[in-house]
Design a protein around this ligand. Structure first.
Ligand SMILES: Nc1ncnc2c1ncn2[C@@H]1O[C@H](COP(=O)(O)OP(=O)(O)OP(=O)(O)O)[C@@H](O)[C@H]1O
Ligand SMILES: [Mg+2]
Length: 609
């Protein structure tokens, strides 16, 4: 299975049966309301025909001054007196009121149903997003995922009710009006309907074009969202490298592309309406010409003619709508297929059946012949064998891009090994539940992410049941207590999105406090101090020293003191474990990799210190 989402139409967009089955659970709870809404669409559609029909007795009784007329209605003779005409004004008002009420109820139901269905889709979609592993986020741009999330569920659910409703009312509108046409004069009806059918054929030709343009517009929209996101997250880089104008150019390009796409559609679609009007006018001309003949030869009354022409004019709208409705229905299925494409993604990393609950570490963590690759065929870790004892601190060093961060990200199963295994106390970690496994691990990253909220909120994410005393304790151990005292709102200070209002060192210490309060037996520190200057590094280092006491620790470090203090050092170069031992052991290897690294990198630190 591939995590990469298609930019536009997913492969399932035209599998209507599959899509209907998928959407069914979401509409099922509301089936009664949906049916009611669709039933309301029937009279709403038919009502146009009633208007046209009522013109016939009006013309015959009032304009032509007949004292009474007889109509054949479904085999029964219906005689209407001139006084019937007096009812027509009242009927118009009642009719409008009735139509208004139906329209309101239908509008209300459509909105209500659309929102409800869209909400449940969105909730499930978000659950799906949070359940996916990092590989999904590596493979897809934020813009693409956001578009999927923000617009597709609405398009898939709101539109489906809307479109079905208007489809039904359009069909019944057409049926009603065609019935009135036939009732008035079948000969004229043949002329009118044939011309109308010719007039709408161009619509079917351009539907394909509309679809391809709307897909292309979506891709550009996704790119724009990505651009926005990058401008946000990368705003400092943008300022530092004076990338504003490049970024603006990119955006302008996207806007222009959107414009071109929209205009290419207008160019192709814009002539449709005039052509349709033109063909229809020929139809109406033919109807008048032939109608006049029928009236003059007494085959048709003036009332029938009036009623006929009115129906024909009214018919234009629903017939034209039918094309739009079918296009909308197709777009709805396309949106639905995009939503369900996301739903169908199965996380690579998930609990096995009958997974065990891990309760802490007793003996050791073992990397057993571990091989890993992000891209098939490009090995990043090659046959790593490494046993780390409980409460041991192991430092990982090596060349940049060698695979250190990758190795530690296998422990909480951000990624799974391609072959070999990572074992806790001799049991493959894939046998444990993800939740219980991750409960045993505190991770402090180089670039620590804080969520929008207060300092306290962020610390409590490590352990939501922690008491105020626990918080005070970790604040002290993370060397945050003095800093927090300087804040007006203390630990209730809002840190801004991604912790923007804190310094790098402060952010890191909040992250360390979060890791401390979790009190997990395994601690992973990925270059936790590399982004800091010497002074704040010293403070953070003290905080880290407190964090790692009596823990099993993996530390990717650049500071010599951290490396020297580790129980053992593993050197990882180009995905291979090339050396393993204590500082002294590794230094005694002639031409050793660690010795080389030490001479190149760490020795200068020692001289400075
Ligand atoms: N998400 C990813 N998708 C594809 N390739 C990746 C991904 N993350 C890392 N890599 C590649 O895997 C290799 C190992 O990267 P890793 O981050 O583990 O190195 P590292 O030893 O931590 O390096 P550094 O010391 O610079 O942090 C690199 O070649 C990198 O390009
Ligand atoms: Mg790294």
């Amino acid at each position: 299975m591939d995590y990469k989402l298609k930019n536009t139409v997913s492969k399932d967009a035209f599998r209507y049966g599959y899509l209907s089955k998928k959407i069914y659970p979401y509409i099922k709870p509301y089936w009664a309301r949906i049916i009611l809404n669709l039933i309301i669409a029937i009279p709403l559609g038919l009502l146009d025909g009633v208007v046209a029909l009522s013109l016939r007795p009006y013309m015959d009784l009032v304009i032509n001054g007949n004292p009474s007329v007889t109509y054949n209605l479904l085999g029964h003779n219906l005689q209407l007196q001139a006084s019937f005409a007096a009812i027509i004004p009242i009927a118009i008002v009642l009719f409008a009121a009735f139509q208004g009420i139906l329209k309101y109820v239908s509008h209300y139901l459509t909105d209500w149903l659309g929102q409800k269905i869209s909400n449940s889709l969105k909730i499930d979609l978000f659950k799906k997003l949070t359940s996916l592993d990092p590989q999904f986020y590596d493979a897809n741009s934020s813009g693409l995922v956001l578009t999927r999330f923000l617009s597709d569920p609405d398009a898939a659910s709101k539109n489906i009710i809307n479109t079905l409703q208007s489809f039904i009312s359009t069909i019944f509108g057409i049926v009603g009006l065609v019935a009135v046409l036939l009732y008035n004069s079948w000969q004229l009806a043949i002329v009118g309907v044939t011309v109308m059918a010719i007039a709408i054929t161009p619509v079917t030709f351009i539907r394909k074009k509309i679809k391809s343009v709307s897909n292309a517009t979506m891709v550009v929209g996704g790119d724009m969202t990505t651009n926005f996101n990058e401008t946000f997250t990368g705003n400092k880089i943008m300022a530092a490298y004076n990338l504003q104008s490049a970024q603006n150019k990119k955006f302008e390009g996207q806007i222009h592309r959107q414009f071109d796409l929209a205009m290419s559609l207008t160019k192709r679609v814009g002539w449709m309406s005039p052509i349709m009007y033109f063909i229809c006018s020929i139809g109406i001309a033919l109807v008048f010409w032939y109608g006049t003949h029928l009236i003059l030869t007494q085959q048709l009354t003036a009332g029938s003619m009036m009623s006929f022409v009115t129906s024909l004019l009214l018919l234009y709208k629903p017939v034209k709508n039918l094309g739009n409705t079918l296009t909308n229905l197709q777009s709805t299925f396309v949106a639905m297929s995009r939503v369900f494409e996301l739903f169908d993604l199965v996380p690579y990393i998930k609990d096995e059946k009958n997974a065990l609950v891990l309760n802490g570490l007793r003996y050791d963590i073992n990397f057993n012949n571990v091989c890993f690759e992000y891209e098939p065929g490009l090995p990043v870790l090659k046959n790593i064998n490494l046993r780390v004892n409980k409460n041991e601190t192991i430092a990982l060093v090596g060349n940049s891009g060698g695979g250190k961060s990758t190795l530690v990200s296998l422990i909480p199963r951000f990624y799974d090994v391609v072959s070999g295994s990572v074992e806790f106390d001799g049991v493959d970690i894939r046998k444990y539940t993800l939740e219980s496994l991750r409960n045993q691990i505190s991770f402090v990253f180089q670039d620590n992410f804080l969520f929008s909220g207060t300092i306290k909120d962020n610390i409590l994410m490590g352990n939501k049941n922690a008491s105020d005393e626990d918080i005070q304790k970790v604040l002290k151990l993370a060397h945050l207590d003095e800093f927090v005292l300087t804040l007006e709102n203390g630990i209730d200070t809002y840190v801004g999105e991604r912790g923007a209002s804190l310094s790098g060192g402060q952010r890191q210490r909040v992250a360390i406090a979060r890791a401390m309060i979790k009190d997990a037996p395994i601690v992973i520190l990925d270059e936790a101090t590399s982004a800091l200057d010497n002074e704040s590094e010293a403070v953070v280092q003290k905080a880290l020293d407190n964090l790692i006491q009596n823990k099993t620790v993996f530390v990717i470090a650049h500071r010599l003191s951290t490396i020297k203090n580790a129980d053992r050092i593993a050197v990882i170069n180009e995905g291979e474990l090339v050396e393993l031992g204590t500082h002294d052991q590794l230094m005694s290897i002639d031409n050793g990799k660690y010795k080389h690294l030490y001479e190149m990198q760490f020795k200068t630190q020692e001289e400075i210190c």
